[in-house]
Every structure is written in C-alpha cells, then in structure tokens.
Design a protein around this ligand. Sequence first.
Ligand code: NAD
Length: 378
Amino acid sequence: MLIAVPAETQLHEKRVAATPETVAKFMAAGCRVVVEKGAGLAANYPDAAYLEKGAELADDFAATCGSADLILKVRPLNEAEIPALKKGAAVVSLVSPFTNPLLKSYADAGLTCFCMEMVPRISRAQSMDVLSSQANIAGYKSVLLAMEHYQRFFPMLMTAAGTVQPAKVLIMGAGVAGLQAIATARRMGANVEVFDVRAAAKEQVESLGARFVEVASDVDAEDAGGYAKEMDDDYKQRQADLIAERAAKADIIITTALIPGRPAPVLITEEMVKSMKPGSVIVDLAVEMGGNCPLSELDEIVSKHGVTLVGVGNIPALMATDASGLYARNLLNFLTPMLDRESGGLSINMDDEVIASSLLTRDGEFLKPELLNKGEKA
Ligand code: NAD
C-alpha cells in the first residue's frame, strides 16, 4: 500500500499527519510512504528524519498523492486537492463535518473518506481520539497564552515588597480542554472556578482542586455520547446571572464551551466584559465556532473595555511538534487494524463501530446524509 503525507496548506496550520516515528511503523507493516518535501518542517520534523526511516520524498501535492492508496492529512481536503487523487483512494483527516461544504464532492470523486472527529468516544478508541489529543493541547496552551497577556502573577507571592494575591481564573466548560486548563492554571498557583452544564463534570473539576459553580437544573444536560445539549432559556438566564457575578471578580476567563454541530453558546456578554477589571484576559477557545464571547475575533488579539481578548483559532498548531506527534499516533492506532498486507489495501469492516461511525464516503456514496444538509447550509 502506498501512503502519502502531503504538506498542510491551510493558513496557520503547522501540524503534519505523520511523524518519522509513525512512518517507520507503517513501513514495518509493509507499506511504502511518500512525504511531500518540507511537510514536517514547521512541526520540527525535517525531511532527513523521514528519509532516515525509509520514506520517499516528492515535490508537490500531486506528485505526493497522485498514485497513493491512502492519504494522511490534518486539515480537510480542499477543492484544489480533490482532482489530484485517484478514484478509490482513502483519505484520513479532520473533516469539520458540520461546516465543510465539500462533503458531497468527496463522494463524487469516488474517495473513501474517514472523518477522525467522528471516531466514537468509547474506551477501545481512546488511543485514536484526535479531539481529545488536540483539545488537551489547546487547554494547556490557553493558560500559557493567558499568562503571556496578563500583567500580573498567577501564584500568591509573599515578598519583602508586599503580598501578591493569586490570580482568579474562571473556566467555562470542563471537557478535555477545560480540564487540562484547570490542571495547568492550578499548577501555576491560580484560584480556579469552573462552569459546565453537565453535572458529571463536578467531580472531575473538584478532583483538580477547582471550585465547580453549579446552576441548579432538573434537566440532564448530557446526551448519550457524553456531549452537552443546548439548554433552555430559563437555564440560560440563571446561568448568565451567575456568570455575570463570577466574571466581574475574575482576572482571567478561559472559555471552551461547545455543542457539537451548533454555534458555540454565548456565555460572556459585552456587559460582562465591561464589568471585568482593567488588564483582565479572556482566551476564547470556541472562537472558530463563533466564540463564547461575541467580542473575541478569530485569529486576533484585541483589547476591548480594558480587557485583552485572545482569539487564536488553531491553538494546537502553536505546539505543532507535540500536536503532530499525538495526532500522527492517533491515525496510526486507527489505521493499524485496517491494514491488509495480503490485498495491499484497507480492510473495511462495517460491523466495527469505530469504522462505521467515522466512514463518510465510499464507492461514490455518502454514508452520513444527516450531515450533508448541515454541510451544504454552512
Ligand atoms: P466539547 O469540546 O464538546 O465541549 C467542551 C465543554 O463545554 C463540555 O464539557 C460541555 O459540557 C461544555 N459546555 C457546553 N455548553 C456549555 C454551556 N452553555 N456552559 C458551560 N459549559 C458548556 O467537549 P469534549 O471535551 O469533547 O468532551 C465531551 C464529552 O466527551 C465529555 O463528557 C468528556 O468527558 C467525554 N470524553 C470521553 C472520552 C472517552 O471516553 N474516550 C474521551 C474524551 C472525552
């Protein structure tokens, strides 16, 4: 099987879908690997490191991917890339399934597309979970970004010149990114408060030494997949009142709240930003999905009402070496059970929940029609 690893072309993308380590594993499994020249450079994986593991190098996207059976990517295939691939080729990547307008084009081009965001969050698939591996990085780095823009200490300090109070960090959403942000802010010595609609998050938050701010509710806010549901207006109002109270006292707010397939919920309003102390910082991790704060701007760091709003869209790319290393291992773990040495292709078993959930297109067919409407509307 010929595996291709093209360079990523999306603005601000520095990650790569295979590292020299995973290339060596694919080669040991009997595959040939072609890497586009410079594909790993921005993530600190030079061409020579791939060559050393036995990969071949190619000059551009078409030369890398044109005859490949399997293409490994980080970002979704774009319009210019689709015609360069051979019919029947398999593509494994992030797909942005709720907003990508090209989903049908992938099926029309006869590609076999796997969407890594749709790998189910079951125990067996944890090692393939790209959402977790990348959100973990985003949560960690969000705290470092906040520290960089905050002109005060995080920990409490008792110095000869007086006592410095610890920073108060408010975190919205205690999923994978939020939990890592809590752990990182706590390690830095901050006091941390956390909101989440899922009551199940309370125990995890408290075990990390943070305070869970509860909004009383009879509704179960967690769906069968463990994700948050959109809450009713009454809940939203009560939550907004509590957030307003806590935001005014916070020095740093890190927002991570997402609802799959929906715009991010607005949690920090302009009024709340105005109530914050001068020099406070908001890092909006939901900015690519519209933002949890309407004042944050995608890929910009802006100052409004004396508050710095950090709207970096692709935070994992700021830590491209580890982000690529973990993402590449997720892909390796996902693909290894499917590699078929005898046929030199992928063995696709639709009885396997992991494969059935993540396979989007095959043999010209689009297998998840419920997504198509959303993608087309986007
Ligand atoms: P996510 O990125 O979809 O959302 C981030 C957080 O925002 C979630 O905790 C969500 O409850 C919260 N949120 C949504 N709306 C909110 C609102 N209005 N106010 C406050 N918070 C709000 O979440 P995620 O990190 O992908 O995690 C989703 C779920 O998947 C969690 O239950 C997590 O524990 C679970 N999970 C399971 C596995 C596994 O078992 N393999 C792996 C990772 C995550």
